[in-house]
Design a binder for this molecule. Structure first.
Ligand SMILES: Cc1cc2nc3c(=O)[nH]c(=O)nc-3n(C[C@H](O)[C@H](O)[C@H](O)COP(=O)(O)OP(=O)(O)OC[C@H]3O[C@@H](n4cnc5c(N)ncnc54)[C@H](O)[C@@H]3O)c2cc1C
Length: 242
């Protein structure tokens, strides 16, 4: 199974909720009354105006919960560095695996010699894990032999503010390929359900029109002239094909 990203649930009417938060800062009425006046068009304007002032806390009221399936532990380790998120990950202490699923990086997959070496070692580690369990070693100790490539599943919730930050860092071509692939999947899914919150989201080059990666820059921002934000997103997303 390849990586799968599913938007499980999200705040109902996320734009209305954030817009009423914006309105609350400026109007005398109560939020429960004011929310009745908000339609999608004025929700979008309110959000853009207040976020434009740098008042990002209004978009913390919209939450998005994802099921992230079949990513490597190397990827999940990077993911959980994002502290303004909630995570629940499949346990290697409680889940005793009969078949250990692994992610094979594309660079290894397409190199026959590297792929053979990788697969031989994975097979050896997999058999060693099972042998340790047969010897009565608990899964919490047997897992010490499992590599970064081992697949994992998790549930993750982020609010819209943290998602913008996450996309800024992880949709960038400088981010590692697996977390980048995941971030782009997430971006398109939230963009679909809440365009007003995410229409300008993406890596720094898309959002701010600049790249701060210096010599390590992928250079794609140089191709942005005359392009719409959707075209720029596709350009960055496809800049490095695996
Ligand atoms: C390309 C790339 C390469 C990386 N390489 C490495 C590496 O080699 N080694 C490594 O260890 N990490 C590495 N990281 C991880 C990186 O250092 C961050 O830990 C990770 O990206 C999470 O970012 P964050 O802290 O901004 O975000 P979050 O944890 O999601 O926090 C969001 C924002 O909240 C604020 N915030 C959160 N917690 C605090 C706090 N305690 N104090 C003050 N402000 C806070 C900050 O403004 C922060 O930007 C890399 C990340 C990227 C994108």
């Amino acid at each position: 199974m390849l990586m799968k990203v599913v938007l499980l649930e999200y705040t109902q009417n996320p734009e209305k909720v954030c817009a009423v938060a914006a309105l609350t800062t400026m109007k005398e009425g109560t939020p429960s009354e004011m929310i009745k006046e908000i339609d999608p068009e004025n929700a979008k304007k309110r959000i853009q105006r207040v976020v434009g002032y740098g008042h990002y806390s209004i978009i913390e009221h919209a939450n998005f919960t994802f099921s992230i399936e079949g990513i490597s532990r190397a990827c999940s380790h990077q993911l959980v560095r994002h502290r303004i998120a909630s995570f629940t990950q499949q346990s290697q202490r409680y889940v005793k695996m009969d078949e250990i699923p692994f992610v094979v990086p594309p660079s290894i997959k397409k190199n026959k010699v590297a792929a053979d070496l990788f697969n031989q070692n994975i097979k050896f580690l997999s058999e060693s894990y099972k042998k340790l369990l047969e010897l009565g070693i608990t899964p919490e100790d047997a897992r010490f032999i499992l590599p970064n490539a081992t697949k994992t599943n998790l549930v993750m919730t982020m609010n819209a503010r943290e998602l913008l930050h996450f996309f800024n860092l992880r949709c960038c071509n400088r981010a590692q390929w697996e977390i980048r692939e995941m971030a782009w999947e997430m971006l398109y899914q939230v963009l679909d359900v809440s365009p007003a919150l995410f229409e300008t989201s993406g890596p720094k080059c898309i959002v701010e029109g600049i790249c701060t990666e210096g010599k390590s820059s992928c250079g794609c921002y140089k191709l942005f002239e005359g392009k719409t934000i959707e075209e720029r997103r596709l350009l960055v997303k496809d800049f490095y094909k695996q």
